[in-house]
Structure formats: structure tokens, C-alpha cells
Design a protein around this ligand. Structure first.
Ligand code: ADP
Ligand code: ZN
Ligand code: ZN
Length: 727
């Protein structure tokens, strides 16, 4: 049995009494005693013997599901993922189930309910014997509840069926048949959509021709090239065949507009799965996916585990997006699991992006995926012209160089909209004392505090610490000043430069309230707002058809990152934000402000676009033997005392060396570049191998010994296989 606890093992139980073991199936849930609790656990395997001594082996108390909640293929994928990512299987299986099912709710809308009989309610029946505790308990419970289904009763007692039968015989309870509503029958294809271009047609046909077998595709095309249109057509074909399509999108792009676009196309129920659903909504969507009632399932990362009655296609939109990798707990990549799942289901899978990850590009180059290219923008819109603005040569007003100001003015005068991108929220990243050099530090991190105008306070963007802004420098008593730019300050500068132009700021602080982002985006698309400043939030999903100028205010943060993916991420955000410009007939313009205009990455991006950058970046990765030309895993550790994580990692390193797995290189341990965060010290050990199998061989034997290290109890540690970031 898989129990939802942080232990890398399964647990043995006896079959519940009164249940025929021959009828049990993996993927069913059972109530099991765990310590002093009773929990819903998932049956993984039936065994005829156990290593647990006879006397200690406990019995499962009751069966929850008639039919498994996880079908064999999904169960197998989950168990494989638990092995691959070295994560406790109980937690992995839990991640795949809606919260309500983890606590024992009914997977199906149960047909049978029980309620007290009319005679019981009016008190006409002879009282139950005081000794019949269980029966009385059940009656009392039913008095407090209108009706109960199997799952609710199962949670009360393991012998509820016997008790109910007895009560039914004595006239206390009545059985109700509640028929779940039948799936509505509707015609497919609510609207036809535009006639595909020849390139779109080729892509649609290639995907259709792969029906019924595993075939990975990389759909590469700039924003506005018609990728979504290809998904819609490919999905339409799947739905017409009576199958289901699963569509994954990054959290931030699962907007009502996107759902509306799908809903307008398919007159069939959509199941939408994302992180802000209530338990009830999530369970409903999960059921609709599992029953096949919803032929199209759209969701964010964890929707990769949605049950599918009859899968025909998986689509991963914006496949390069970092949100597909879970960064804590079960550190899976939904993009990678989409491939693994499609393989098990023998169905095609389409990864789409304007800026594919280097992993996916390499997959296509090596022939392990088919590249489908959409070269141009639909409607003949021209690609934007990109120019660099050398920040060293031009005077700047609070981070906006003079040529940039003039260009903004030109676009505004011509009736265009302007989008400014800066991946730093707040007013200024530093509060500085010019007299003595003091810079307001976070007391809990090796980082500086950011000045925020919104609430007039200092905030740490790493741990959430806040403080009031000191009026005078605590070291020398002189006046301090905010240094550098955040989105709030850019907003202020723009307001003084262009006082008559309506302006909107979009970042995490500005759109805190539910619906605020939608409202802000509406003001932009309606044309009311002409100047738009924002963070990463702007680079994803949203379409701004009238934006004619995009300004990347500071490209330099990513140019010299310590992480091997830093330049890939920078190129992706520049290209993604540039893609928001000039969607319509108007040709767009893009300005990139930098202090390093001669940097090769920027030169490649400008002369050859993302493809040229990616080709060069892949060569660099190959030469340096980084993914996708190697596999890495990271063992991270953190503790309040500074020496403890390193000690633990040293022991872990010795244990790994002792296993002597050929081909795996062990690097470190090393402290994190920002060693202290939120009051804890952090360090890591990097495992590097030319391919996946030696790494997995080592991990399989190593992690159990790491778990047993005495030092492991003094730290919080985690293993991250295929990490997205090194720290
Ligand atoms: P992407 O997903 O690559 O950003 P979309 O599929 O959203 O691109 O297409 C961009 C715009 O072009 C949308 O408004 C879409 O309706 C339109 N479009 C897509 N394909 C065609 C086509 N073949 N003919 C006309 N318009 C199209
Ligand atoms: Zn000072
Ligand atoms: Zn902090």
C-alpha cells in the first residue's frame, strides 16, 4: 500500500475482513490503520507474503473504491516517477489525486445513499438497545446529516455495511438511489476556425497521421504564428474519433480568454484543472476527465496526472516554461512526464513553443522528436525590428535612456501602445547610504532589501521579511536613498515623462486581488491604457495586438548568471516579450537596453533570432557537457547552523564514492551563492553523468544510505533530478 507519508517505501497490510482478496485491484483505495490514525491509502500491489512479522501485520479496515482511482497505466507512470525522481511513492500518488480523494471521498458520484426512515425521524420505532453502541452511533450520525454515501459511511466505521443492513431490517434507515446526471450529448465543432495555412496543414496532418502510436512533436513557431490553431485542429480530430485530449499550459496563461477560445471551438464539456480550484470543483473536473464526459481536459502542471478514460493526444503549450517543473516536494517535470505518459499510452504528444527549451530542440535534432515549424506570423504581420541601446553611451532618466524616451514618444504619437519589461518589482532594489556605503540588508538572508513605495516599507524578495524604511542610515546617521529601478519606480518615471498618457503596471504587487489582472489586461486590450510596465507576468500568454514597441529595460541580469541555464532563460524572456509587439498589421519595434551591447548572446539574438542563439547555446552545452548532453541531479541541504549542511553533504559524498558507480562525477559540496536564505544556510552536492542510466543506478543505491546518515536528521535535505536551477 502507498501511504501519504514522507517515507520512500510501501507498507504491507492484510486484506480487510469480509473482502475477497481475489477481487482487489491495484489503484483502489482502502482505509488502513497508520500509527494511531486511519488513512486512505492506495493499493499498489497484491502479495502473498510479507517481510513484516505475522504478529505485527495489521489489517486494512475497509475498501473505499469499487473501481481503481488510478488506472494501471497511470499507476505505473506514477510509480516509475517516484523511482525516477527518488520521491516517496505515497506522496507521489497523492499528488495525482484531488484533495478530496486523499481523505476518502467517493471517486464516483455514488448512486446509493442512505437516510433515516420517516418512522425513525418521527420517533415511532422502539428504541435501540443501549448496548448496541455501533448502531446508535450510526443513527445519531444520520440524524445530523441529511443523507450519507458510501465514502462518508466508510469513514465512520469499517463494518458500516453490516450495521446498515441491520438498521434497514429494523426499519431505521432507507436506501435512496441517486442517479448521477447523464453526460450531456452535444455536437462537436461549435465553430470551424480559420482556414489553416499550408504550414499549419502540414503540422495538423503529421499529428493526425501519428494517431494511435507514441510520436513526440516539437511545434516551433513565433508568438502569433498559429500554434494554438494547430492544437485546436489536432484536438478536434481526436474528439471526432471519440477520444480525449489533455492540454497543459503554464499557470499564468490559463486565462479565461484561453478557456473561452477552447470553449468557442468545441461544443463539448471542458474539464479545467488548476491550482486555485476549490476541492469540490477539482473533484468535479477530475471526475469529468476520468469518465470521459469531458473530451478536452485543460490544466496546469499537475493536470499531467489527470485520469483519462480514452486518451488520444497530449499537448504541452509553452513547453519551455519553468512552471512545468515543480520546485519543491515531488520535483517532477510535467513536460517530461507528458512524454513518458504519451509513450505508455501510445499516443502523440505535441510540445509547442516560440522559444523551445534546449532539451526539446536537441530531442528534435537527434531525431527523437519530429520538428514542425510555423515560420511566419499569420496575417502577414512582420517580425519586429530589434535594436540595442547602449546604456553606457546614453544619459538615462531613472533607468530609461534618452533614445528610448524618444522612441516611446514616437510610438505614442503614432497611436501605438508601448510595453516596458523589467523583471524586478518594487521601487528600488537597494536602499543605500552614499556617505558610508551601507545598504539595507535582510536580517535573515544574504541579500538586500527592496524598497517598496506601495506600502512605504522594505521587503525581502527571498524570505518575505519586511521592515519600515529607516529615515537615517543606522551606521552613520546620514540620509539614505533608493538606488536602482524596480517597476514601481519606472511607473513613476513614465508618469512624469508622459503625464497625459494612461499607464498600467502589471506585477505581483499590482494585481494581488482576484480579478485585478483581468481588469488591468482589459484596460490594455481596450486601448484605454497606452503605456504598460511589468515583470515576467507580461511575457506569458497575454496577447496585446496594438503594442507597437517593446522595451527590455535591463537585459544584463541574465547575461552573467551563475546558472548554466541563465542565458537560455534570458533569451527566452526577451523573445517572448518581443513577441507581444506588432501582432496586427503594424510592424513592431523592440529596444533592448544593456551595458554590454557587444555580448555574443545579444548579437546572436539580434542577427539570427532565437534559432541562432539556440544553436550556439547548444554547442556551448555540448562542449561543457551540460544537459541535454549530460544528466545532473542535485542533493540540497539546509539548516540553521552554517556548518551542518556541509557536514551532511560531505558524508553523503563519501557514501556516493563508496558505491563507485562508473561514469558519475560528484561535484562539491558547495554553499549556495546566496548562502543564507530565510535564516537557513544552504549547500548542495552536484551529481553529473553522461547519461541517465549510471545516474539512476547510483541514485537507487545512494538515496537509501543518505536517508540513514545520522547527519541527515540535522538538516532538511532534498534530491532534485533534472533540476531547473542549480540553487
Ligand atoms: P500562437 O498560438 O502561435 O501564438 P495563434 O494560434 O493564437 O498563435 O494565432 C494567432 C492569431 O492568428 C489568432 O488570432 C488566430 O485566430 C489567428 N490565426 C491562426 N491561424 C490562422 C489562419 N490559418 N488564418 C487566419 N488567422 C489565423
Ligand atoms: Zn551611512
Ligand atoms: Zn530575506
Amino acid at each position: 500500500m502507498a501511504v501519504d507519508v514522507p517515507l520512500r517505501r510501501l507498507f504491507d497490510y492484510r486484506c480487510p475482513s469480509g473482502v475477497d482478496a481475489a477481487l482487489l485491484q491495484p489503484g483502489q483505495r482502502l482505509w488502513v490503520p497508520f500509527g494511531r490514525q486511519r488513512v486512505a491509502a492506495v493499493l499498489v500491489e497484491l502479495a502473498s507474503s510479507s517481510t513484516v512479522p505475522e504478529a505485527k501485520l495489521r489489517s486494512a479496515t475497509a475498501l473505499i473504491d469499487e473501481t481503481p482511482v488510478l488506472d494501471p497505466s497511470l499507476l505505473e507512470l506514477l510509480l516509475w516517477s517516484a523511482e525516477y525522481y527518488r520521491h516517496p511513492p505515497g506522496e507521489v500518488l497523492s499528488a495525482a489525486l484531488p484533495g478530496a480523494l486523499r481523505t476518502g471521498a467517493a471517486a464516483l458520484e455514488t448512486a446509493e445513499h442512505w437516510t433515516l426512515s420517516a418512522a425513525a425521524r418521527t420517533g415511532e420505532l422502539p428504541p435501540l438497545s443501549p448496548r448496541a453502541h455501533k448502531l446508535r452511533e450510526l443513527v445519531e450520525w444520520l440524524q445530523r446529516h441529511e443523507a450519507a454515501d458510501e465514502a462518508a459511511l466508510g469513514a465512520l466505521s469499517s463494518r458500516w455495511r453490516d450495521h446498515l443492513r441491520e438498521l434497514e431490517k429494523r426499519g431505521w434507515v432507507r436506501r435512496l438511489q441517486v442517479t448521477p446526471p447523464a453526460a450531456p450529448r452535444v455536437a462537436v465543432a461549435a465553430s470551424a476556425g480559420p482556414e489553416p495555412t499550408p504550414e499549419q496543414r502540414d503540422a495538423i496532418e503529421a499529428i493526425a497521421a501519428a494517431a494511435g502510436r507514441y510520436a513526440p512533436f516539437l511545434l516551433h513557431g513565433v508568438t502569433g504564428s498559429g500554434k494554438t490553431e494547430v492544437y485546436l485542429r489536432a484536438i478536434d480530430a481526436v474528439v471526432q474519433r471519440g477520444q480525449q485530449a489533455l492540454v497543459l499550459v503554464p499557470e499564468i496563461s490559463l486565462t479565461p480568454q484561453l478557456v473561452a477560445r477552447f470553449a468557442a471551438r468545441f461544443a463539448v464539456p471542458l474539464a479545467v484543472l488548476h491550482s486555485s480550484l476549490t476541492d469540490v470543483e477539482r473533484l468535479r473536473a477530475w471526475r469529468a476527465a476520468r469518465s470521459g464526459e469531458a473530451p478536452v481536459v485543460i490544466g496546469t502542471r499537475s493536470a499531467i496526472f489527470a485520469p483519462l478514460a480514452n486518451a488520444g493526444l497530449i499537448v504541452v503549450d509553452e513547453e519551455h516554461d519553468a512552471s512545468y517543473k515543480q520546485q519543491e516536494g515531488f520535483r517532477y517535470s510535467a513536460r517530461d512526464l507528458a512524454l513518458a505518459r504519451a509513450q505508455r499510452l501510445s499516443i502523440p504528444v505535441v510540445l509547442g513553443s516560440a522559444t523551445p527549451s534546449l532539451e526539446s530542440l536537441e530531442r528534435a535534432q537527434s531525431g527523437r522528436a519530429t520538428l514542425l515549424s510555423l515560420p511566419g506570423r499569420t496575417g502577414g504581420a512582420k517580425p519586429p525590428a530589434i535594436h540595442l541601446i547602449d546604456l553606457r553611451r546614453h544619459a538615462a532618466t531613472q533607468g530609461i535612456a534618452t533614445p528610448t524616451v524618444l522612441t516611446i514618444k514616437r510610438h505614442l504619437d503614432a497611436g501605438g501602445q508601448v510595453l516596458l519589461y523589467l523583471n524586478r518589482r518594487g521601487y528600488a532594489p537597494t536602499l543605500f547610504c552614499p556617505s558610508c556605503g551601507w545598504a539595507a540588508p535582510c536580517p535573515r538572508c544574504d541579500a538586500r532589501l527592496t524598497v517598496h513605495r506601495r506600502d512605504g516599507r522594505l521587503h525581502c524578495h527571498h524570505c518575505g521579511t519586511e521592515q519600515r524604511i529607516p529615515e537615517l542610515c543606522p551606521t552613520c546617521g546620514d540620509a539614505t536613498k533608493p538606488v536602482g529601478q524596480g517597476t514601481e519606480r519606472i511607473e513613476e518615471t513614465l508618469a512624469s515623462l508622459f503625464p497625459d498618457v494612461a499607464l498600467e503596471r502589471i506585477d505581483r504587487d499590482a494585481v494581488r486581488k482576484r480579478g485585478a489582472l483581468e481588469a488591468a489586461l482589459d484596460r490594455v486590450t481596450s486601448g484605454e491604457v497606452r503605456l504598460l510596465v511589468g515583470t515576467q507576468m507580461l511575457t506569458k500568454g497575454h496577447h496585446f495586438p496594438d503594442v507597437s514597441l517593446v522595451v527590455v529595460l535591463n537585459a544584463d541580469q541574465g547575461l552573467f548568471g551563475t546558472d548554466f541555464r541563465a542565458s537560455e532563460r534570458l533569451a527566452q524572456s526577451i523573445v517572448q516579450v518581443a513577441g507581444r509587439a506588432g501582432r496586427a498589421e503594424r510592424a513592431g519595434e523592440v529596444l533592448i537596453q544593456t551595458e554590454y551591447p557587444e555580448h555574443p548572446l545579444l548579437a546572436q539574438l539580434i542577427s539570427g533570432g532565437y534559432d541562432a542563439f539556440a544553436a550556439a547555446a547548444l554547442e556551448e552545452r555540448r562542449a561543457a557537457s551540460w544537459p541535454p548532453f549530460a544528466r545532473v541531479a542535485v542533493l540540497r541541504a539546509e539548516a540553521a547552523r552554517s556548518d551542518v549542511p556541509m557536514e551532511f553533504l560531505e558524508r553523503a559524498r563519501e557514501a556516493a564514492n563508496a558505491l563507485a558507480v562508473r561514469g558519475v562525477e560528484i561535484l562539491g559540496p558547495a554553499t549556495a551563492p546566496m548562502e543564507r536564505r530565510a535564516g537557513v544556510h544552504r549547500a548542495q552536492l552536484l551529481l553529473h553523468a553522461p547519461s541517465h542510466s549510471p545516474l539512476q543506478r547510483l541514485l537507487a543505491r545512494w538515496i537509501p544510505t543518505v536517508e540513514e546518515l545520522p547527519e541527515a536528521r540535522k538538516v532538511r535535505w532534498s534530491i532534485d533530478v533534472d533540476p531547473l536551477e542549480l540553487f
